[in-house]
Design a protein around this ligand. Structure first.
Ligand SMILES: [Zn+2]
Length: 275
């Protein structure tokens, strides 16, 4: 039997894969450097986790045993290429839909930060906090660390890159009085489970029979993004893990990516011809 060693936080290896057609590798590398600083200096000490990010060169396989942070255009492209609920090896995967962000006028770097931190905070997308309202009723809160403060306006800069605010563990601890401690990195939140403007959190009201639903600060969905496209953490949390599927083998992804690029080019060409 292996002997226990001194306690230390294992470093999680994260492969950053750029499949998007809207981000050049030169756009990505300074962002990854900023994300690395965020994890090491800001998030890791508070949440007791450590990660090392490595950019995967185009067409190269991600390192075995790594978790993935994949930069994609949108949910459709993710699916067409074969990026699903877990990596090819069945490990955690985070997806950033950069073209969707550009279209919506939101920051893809904040989304990258959001997806990275939430993957580290709840890699299996199954942790919750239970708030019991009576002997027989209560609500489960999704253990998502960026949703409550996800709006770009409460993000912060590291080396001129805008990153996401994130909550501290205290945000999930109902015994903490208002203003008694820090609840998020930017110190904008005053009480446990408080949502900032533009923020939201997944809740599952036990016995309601309605499964996971979304609470927003505005009490109603304000943005189509709140629906949760296929492959988002919200969508994955709402379906049983036994229905999750692994991403395709890398070879298949590479050939699908090629086909997808050709498809986009032929659509582009037909548009030009029609114009
Ligand atoms: Zn989230």
């Amino acid at each position: 039997m292996p002997q226990p060693t001194h306690a230390q936080t294992p470093t999680i290896q994260i492969a950053v894969i750029n499949e998007s057609t809207v981000l050049a590798d030169a756009d990505v590398s300074p962002v990854v450097a900023a994300l690395q600083k965020q994890v090491t200096n800001d998030f890791g000490p508070v949440w007791g986790t450590a990660a090392q990010l490595t950019i995967v060169p185009k067409g190269a396989p991600p390192a075995a045993g790594s978790w993935w942070l994949v930069l994609l255009d949108d949910s459709d492209q993710a699916n067409a290429l074969g990026y699903h609920d877990l990596t090819t090896e069945g490990l955690p995967i985070g997806k950033v839909f950069a073209a969707s962000d550009l279209k919506a006028g939101t920051s893809w770097t904040v989304t990258a930060s959001h997806e990275l931190l939430e993957m580290l905070g709840d890699p299996n997308i199954n942790l919750t906090v239970f708030v019991q309202n009576s002997n027989t009723a209560g609500t489960l809160y999704a253990y998502e660390v960026c949703d409550a403060c996800e709006d770009d306006s409460v993000g912060y800069q590291v080396d001129n890159i805008l990153l996401s605010d994130f909550v501290y563990p205290s945000w999930f601890e109902s015994f903490r009085p208002e203003g008694s401690t820090q609840f998020d990195r930017m110190n904008k939140i005053q009480t446990p489970l408080q949502l900032l403007a533009g923020g939201y959190i997944g809740t599952f009201v036990v016995n309601s029979g309605s499964g996971w639903t979304q609470q927003t600060a505005e009490k109603r969905p304000t943005n189509i993004l709140h629906r949760g496209s296929v492959g988002t953490r919200r969508e994955r949390r709402s379906i049983p893990h036994e229905l999750w599927i692994n991403s395709l083998p890398q070879k298949k992804i590479v050939s699908n990516a090629q086909k997808y690029r050709q498809l986009l080019e032929s659509i582009q060409q037909r548009r030009q011809e029609a114009a």
